[in-house]
Write a protein that binds this ligand. Structure first.
Ligand SMILES: Cc1cc2nc3c(=O)[nH]c(=O)nc-3n(C[C@H](O)[C@H](O)[C@H](O)COP(=O)(O)OP(=O)(O)OC[C@H]3O[C@@H](n4cnc5c(N)ncnc54)[C@H](O)[C@@H]3O)c2cc1C
Length: 311
């Protein structure tokens, strides 16, 4: 356990003050240590934040008063069921039934990088996870956020999620359509730890899978996703307002607006970048400026997608 650990190095924004306590349990004892921390935390009623790769958060300059539980060492994927097993084991509940058309299931621990999960599927010529290629962050973070890209949400391929629940028990939460929506998962209202997620996949052509993954990675690079530290899109982009949020912001001439070290990217109306030395205060001020301008000019209330930690 580390005390006063600066969180800037644990976020894709490279921003954030120190956490009182920071713990990253090693993989071989992950569940035991994580369960212990959750139990202690509940008994002592102290603040806890579960951290994946910090690619969707803005941490305050004052840091976090409480414990950060970093799950990024809890990695690995397995093929949980193949057609034969599936027929026997899952035939009754329909998980692998003819309706779903899914013949294989891949199970990934929550600290696995989303990109690595996609690579694992490719190694086994299984298709369905291609859209996760190049997506920053962990599987746990992607499930919690119900990450969405290239017209697909994580929930589109999910079959179940294993969690440590509020009482510290391992529980399998089967996928239910009504629990998920745009950037919404049932775990956002619960005090739980995601241990792993299982995905429905099919046998595919390795060459085609890898080509598709490469297209997504290149697309992200060409859109400047990795040119500067950021947390991806700042505002939700559910197109409720008829066009992409980035476009709405761009049309108000806001691209390139800068406060301190935080700048609204010159090439993307929904990306705030850290040009070097940006504080959380700079980013927050820029977010407020953008929200105010959009509200004033268009009467639209933008909703941040990134999460605010320690504010
Ligand atoms: C350049 C860039 C591009 C991006 N593009 C996209 C995109 O196309 N689509 C998209 O949806 N997002 C995108 N994002 C945002 C981000 O990558 C995703 O939301 C990602 O899935 C977050 O994963 P993470 O591990 O970094 O989560 P974190 O940021 O660490 O955490 C996010 C939330 O998940 C919770 N959480 C994480 N792991 C667990 C766990 N094991 N158990 C319980 N709770 C957990 C955290 O407590 C927190 O509330 C982008 C980000 C960047 C920097």
């Amino acid at each position: 356990m580390l005390r006063n650990e600066p969180l800037a190095g644990h976020t894709s924004f490279h921003i954030g003050g120190p956490a009182d306590f920071y713990i990253k349990p090693p993989c071989d004892v992950f569940i035991e240590e994580a369960a212990e921390i959750l139990k202690k935390n509940r008994t002592e009623k102290t603040a806890l934040f579960i951290l994946g790769l910090g690619s969707n958060i803005l941490v305050s300059d004052q840091g976090f008063r409480g414990t950060i539980l970093d799950v990024s060492e809890w990695k690995g994927c397995v093929i949980k069921a193949k057609p034969d097993d599936a027929g026997k084991e899952n035939g009754k509940d329909g998980q692998f039934g003819a309706q779903s058309g899914a013949l294989y299931e891949i199970c990934c621990r929550s600290g696995t990088k989303s990109d690595e999960a996609a690579r694992f599927a490719l190694e086994h010529s299984l298709c369905g996870l291609e859209f996760l290629a190049g997506l920053p962050g962990t599987i746990g973070g992607a499930v919690w956020m119900n990450a969405r890209c290239y017209e697909k949400s994580l929930s589109d391929i999910l079959s179940s999620v294993e969690i440590l629940d509020e009482s510290g028990n391992k529980v399998i939460v089967p996928y239910r359509n009504e629990d998920y929506d745009y950037k919404k998962s049932p775990f956002q209202n619960r005090d739980i730890l995601i241990l792993s997620a299982s995905f429905r996949v099919k046998k595919g052509n390795a060459y085609e899978i890898s080509q598709q993954m490469e297209t997504y990675r290149k697309d992200r690079e060409s859109k400047g996703h990795f040119s500067y530290p950021s947390a991806g899109s700042v505002f939700k982009n559910n197109r409720t307002f008829g066009k992409p949020t980035g476009k709405i912001i761009e049309e108000l001439g806001l691209r390139g607006t800068q406060i301190g070290g935080a700048r609204l990217a010159d090439w993307h109306g929904n990306f705030i970048i850290n040009t070097g030395g940006a504080s959380a205060h700079d980013v927050l001020s820029l977010i407020t400026l953008i929200k105010d301008r959009v509200r004033l000019n268009l009467g639209i209330e933008l909703e941040p997608e990134i999460l605010f930690v320690g504010f």
